[in-house]
Write a protein of this length. Structure first.
Lengths: 145, 101
């Protein structure tokens, strides 16, 4: 994978860092000059992935969340959100719309649906006790589109 | 995150501004729930005109307040969501539960 630029950011699993993650992504993406809608889509997808790590991955203990953002050729944005939390036993089920294991926090169970809908590609790798890695890609429109 | 609630004759408008994510939603939720429990409005409209970011945490916030308002015999409306927020609302099918104006 040819990487034109990359930023890596590690943060503790504090909910206040959901906003920090969005701010980091927004700053990095300025160089790619995305449309307002593209930037909103990516910020929302990142917010969902980081929130999942805070609420689900580290629901029993605090830990670190690693966010990687890459600018790839052909205006492709690559995002990876990785935690070393409790992991997901059944990824397919977790990705079903409205499925949530945290109804007491009023989680709507739409996090993965938002990521899928707002990004071009979504991949989730997870195993119980091994943490979760979410990777997403989105191709930005060419200038003048 | 800011919330400004005005209540007149049982009809209340809660104007929100800032960003709604999982972190901020908790505070909003408690403030709105406190208001609903004490003022018991027949109608509550949440104005999203000043919201600059919202992820699916906003969906949980709306669904929870809609349920609470129904339990209290009232109903909830959503006002002025920006186009980008409308996309999140549409994805959740929220218009089947609350009126969006």
């Amino acid at each position: 994978m040819e990487i034109l630029n990359e930023i890596k950011f590690t943060m503790p699993s504090l909910s206040v860092n959901e906003g920090a993650a969005r701010a980091v992504v927004s700053s990095f993406l300025i160089q790619a000059d995305p449309t307002v809608e593209e930037l909103s889509d990516i910020r929302t997808a990142v917010s969902e992935a980081v929130t999942n790590a805070v609420v689900h991955g580290y629901r029993h203990e605090k830990g670190n969340i690693e966010l990687t953002v890459r600018l790839l050729p052909n205006r492709v944005i690559y995002i990876r959100v990785r935690d070393k939390g409790c992991g997901i036993a059944d990824v397919e089920r977790a990705m079903e719309p409205l499925f949530t294991t945290a109804p007491e926090e009023e989680r709507s169970g739409l996090g993965f649906s938002v990521m899928q809908s707002f990004m071009d590609k979504l991949r989730v790798r997870s195993a119980p006790g091994k943490g979760t890695t979410v990777t997403m890609r989105k191709r930005l429109s060419a200038h003048g589109d | 995150m800011k919330i400004d609630i005005k209540n007149e004759n049982g009809t209340a408008i809660a104007r929100l501004s800032g960003e709604i994510d999982h972190h901020n939603a908790r505070e909003l939720r408690s403030e709105l729930d406190r208001f609903i429990a004490s003022a018991q409005p027949r109608e509550l409209a949440i104005d999203f005109g000043g919201i600059t970011f919202m992820d699916s945490s906003g969906i949980g916030l709306i669904m929870g307040r809609s349920k609470l308002m129904k339990e209290c015999g009232g109903h909830l409306e959503v006002l002025n969501p920006q186009p980008y927020i409308r996309r999140v609302l549409k994805l959740a099918g929220i218009e089947r539960i609350v009126k969006i104006r």
